[in-house]
Ligand binder design. Structure first.
Ligand SMILES: O=C[C@H](O)COP(=O)(O)O
Length: 222
């Protein structure tokens, strides 16, 4: 089994905001080093620079817009997150949905800055549409399982299998992550056995009483 990509999304959880974001990112870096895996973090936009300048960990933005320098008040420009230290971005997260044209523009803008793109999807048809936009990754996450602690790999394995199959047909260069309810080592293994190359997860780590031991559990069965 290849080494997985694990991305921990801090969302807007208080436990992952400001200095606390640095603490969880440090735990991610340490556990990644110990286990020989890649663990990226997606803090809030305002924390990208804080985290990337203090912790040697791959940092992803939670969102980026398809805008160029100019009059775009309130938008998030790819070159700005890149200069803040991000190596990639989530796009179209379930909690930050975009229409198809906007997703395409965001992927294009991120790619132009050399950012790795992870387009989130909610089912097999949206996974197929996202794959056609040629991101590096799609991350399929049934919204009803997000934050529940019920792992997608157990509750809806077909959406992962079906997404992997759809992507293979449409754009085999794209790799599939899955997410929603993932927190334990067995969830990660099950996700990979379904054909995904890693996981996007949040509450199981960020809201854990001890994020470091939650991370150790996550990678314990690799
Ligand atoms: O970005 C992460 C996903 O929305 C999954 O969240 P969760 O691990 O809390 O279910």
């Amino acid at each position: 089994m290849d080494s997985p990509l694990i991305v921990v999304n801090f969302k807007t959880y208080a436990q992952g905001t400001g200095e606390a974001a640095v603490g969880i990112a440090t735990a991610c870096r340490d556990v990644a080093e110990e286990a020989g895996v890649t663990i990226g973090v997606a803090p809030q936009l305002c924390d990208i620079y804080r985290v990337s300048s203090q912790v040697d960990v791959p940092v992803y933005a939670q969102h980026v817009d398809g805008v160029s320098p100019g009059s775009n008040t309130g938008h998030v420009m790819a070159s700005c997150v890149q200069q803040a230290g991000a190596v990639g971005s989530l796009i179209n997260h379930s909690e930050r949905r975009l229409n198809l044209a906007d997703i395409e523009a965001s992927v294009r803008a991120a790619r132009a800055e050399g950012l790795t793109t992870i387009v989130c999807t909610n089912n097999i048809p949206t996974t197929a549409a996202a794959a056609a936009l040629d991101p590096e990754y799609v991350a399929v996450e049934p919204p009803e399982l997000i934050g529940t602690g019920v792992p997608v790999s157990q509750a809806d394995p077909d959406v992962v299998r079906g997404s992997v199959e759809a992507v293979k047909k449409i754009n085999p260069d794209v790799q599939v992550l899955c997410g929603a309810g993932i927190s334990r080592g067995e969830d990660l293994i099950a996700a990979m056995e379904l054909g995904s190359v890693g996981v996007l997860l949040a509450s199981g780590i960020v809201k854990a009483e001890d994020p470091r031991s939650a991370l150790e559990d996550l990678v314990s069965q690799l």
